[in-house]
Design a binder for this molecule. Structure first.
Ligand code: GDP
Ligand code: GDP
Length: 455
């Protein structure tokens, strides 16, 4: 009865959440200390300021999933950015612009009791140009006494200022209602990921690994810039690239082609672009350069790709620069630092000479195939039956957890659910995962194995 219901739900519906349209994006902007981070925590329902900021260290987390009245959206948090003490007005506005460029609506935070400063004005000017919906927040209105001061902010031209106390929560509900009115249901800049169209590829990697070189080499003169975002923003822009006789959609190539001459916030911007591109892609090509050691940034970008649940190809660029000594070192690096992505196809190439660029397509195809693989319930259970018979779960405290039934809940990427009679050891779950890969391939895709314990 109850079990049957749960199984039925997994078997015929609720699958492929990833195929849903991209969530609308809300950017929180304003000058330092107006309370942006506090407000983000308030919206996310977090008690303390969990945003841990080590000065000079890039935060890789730049966006968060939020919900209000059953509607989900993504918040891009710009609190905690570092700014130049000199030229701070321009710096704040420029960094806010990056977030606004990938957002569907903006929450502009101003401090009620201080009013609009020169820095606020710089942000306001930028926002007027962007023509995106703006909800104006007069923050730090901790009591009714200061509410009147908020009304001076009508003058900014973004309509009614919403008096809020991010610290105590006052006014937050009304503010969120106002946000919901301007936020579209589906992200306009992302476009609905369509099936059947050209495959969407995110080409990602730290600066200077050769992303734009590779793009130039593969796209050549044939490149077609796609800008289907008329009326919203010209950013981001995709390119249709012909590879192996087929068209591929390289997402957000504008982010690759646009050179950033910004000392501060450049890393943040790069992370934001990477995350945005991944959100919109089906497969990620993480580009690494063989003439330099794997940096922390390389590893972080790779982790973002893995976490995104997209199909994955690792490409090692600048192969023309590889000498014997470096080659030996590189092999050790790969074994040590990339062991956890041994499942991703690897391509060695040179964007400069074009060597092996034709190897990219087979790798992309393989990864996408693994990503979309679906194992029938009967095949999966037959496989698990044999596996468990040959390698039973160890007995723990006189009990032996059993796998009652398993099903693949979704693909893109493959996710499996095991219904068990008790908790499986993490080691045993890893063993099952490894055997799933060995048996069914799953080259180039992350897979997830979760457990439902039925008593
Ligand atoms: P950010 O730089 O814009 O992200 O600002 P923070 O969120 O770090 O806040 C800056 C300071 O303002 C912190 O000390 C907060 O505790 C304080 N603050 C934020 N919101 C409020 C509020 O609504 N009322 C009061 N009184 N203080 C606040
Ligand atoms: P991006 O920042 O990732 O877009 O990197 P670029 O494409 O701008 O490349 C950074 C530098 O590496 C440039 O000087 C390129 O000429 C050089 N480069 C890119 N690919 C290769 C390659 O395959 N071999 C060599 N030798 N240099 C390359």
């Amino acid at each position: 009865e109850e079990d049957a219901d749960i199984l039925a739900r997994y078997l015929d519906g609720d699958e492929d959440e990833e195929d849903e349209a991209p969530l609308p994006v809300l950017a929180i902007v304003g000058r330092p200390n107006v309370g942006k981070s506090t407000l983000v925590n308030r919206i996310l329902g977090r008690r303390e300021a969990v945003v841990e900021d080590v000065p000079g260290v890039t935060r890789d987390r730049v966006s968060y999933r939020a919900e209000w009245m059953g509607r989900e959206f993504t918040i891009v948090d710009t609190g905690g950015w570092e700014h130049d003490a000199k030229g701070i007005h321009a710096s704040v506005a420029a960094q806010a612009e990056m977030a606004v460029d990938v957002a569907d609506a903006v929450l502009l935070v101003v401090e009620a009791t201080v009013g609009a400063t020169a820095t606020d004005e710089a942000v306001v000017k930028m926002l007027r140009r962007k023509k995106k919906p703006v909800v104006l927040v007069a923050n730090k209105v901790d009591s009714e006494l200061v509410e009147a001061e908020a009304s001076a902010l009508w003058g900014l031209g973004f309509g009614e200022p919403h008096p809020v106390s991010a610290l105590h929560g006052r006014g937050a509900a009304d503010m969120l209602d106002a946000v919901m009115e301007v936020l579209p249901d589906v992200s306009a800049f992302g476009g609905v990921p369509e099936r059947g169209g050209p495959r969407r590829v995110a080409l990602i990697g730290r600066p200077n690994v050769g992303k734009s070189s590779l793009l130039n080499k593969t796209a050549g003169a044939e490149r077609v810039v796609v800008d289907d975002l008329a009326g919203t923003t010209r950013d981001p822009v995709d390119e249709l690239v012909e590879l192996g006789g087929r068209q591929w959609r390289f997402v957000d190539t504008a982010g690759i082609r646009r050179r950033q001459h910004m000392a501060h916030g450049a890393d943040f911007y790069a992370s934001l672009r990477t995350q945005t591109a991944l959100d919109r892609a089906e497969v990620a090509v993480v580009l690494l350069a063989v003439d330099e050691v794997l940096s922390e940034q390389d590893v972080r970008i790779l982790q973002m790709a893995i976490d995104s649940g997209r199909a994955l190809v690792l490409a090692f660029n600048k192969w023309d620069l590889l000498d014997d000594e470096r080659r030996r070192y590189l092999e050790r690096e790969i074994e040590r630092d990339l062991a956890h992505v041994a499942w991703a196809p690897r391509v060695n190439l040179s964007a400069k000479t074009g060597w092996h660029k034709d190897k990219l397509v087979p790798a992309l195809d393989t990864a996408l195939e693994g990503w979309e693989t679906r194992i029938s319930t009967s095949r999966l259970n037959a496989f698990l039956g044999e596996l468990v018979a040959a390698h039973p779960h160890p007995v723990r405290g006189g009990k032996q957890p059993r796998i009652l039934f398993a099903t693949q809940a979704s693909s893109r990427p493959p996710k499996f659910v095991l219904f068990t009679s008790g908790f499986l050891d993490p080691g045993y779950r890893r063993f099952i995962t490894r055997r799933l890969r060995e048996t069914f391939g799953f080259v180039g895709t992350p897979i997830e194995v979760s457990m439902r314990v039925r008593e």
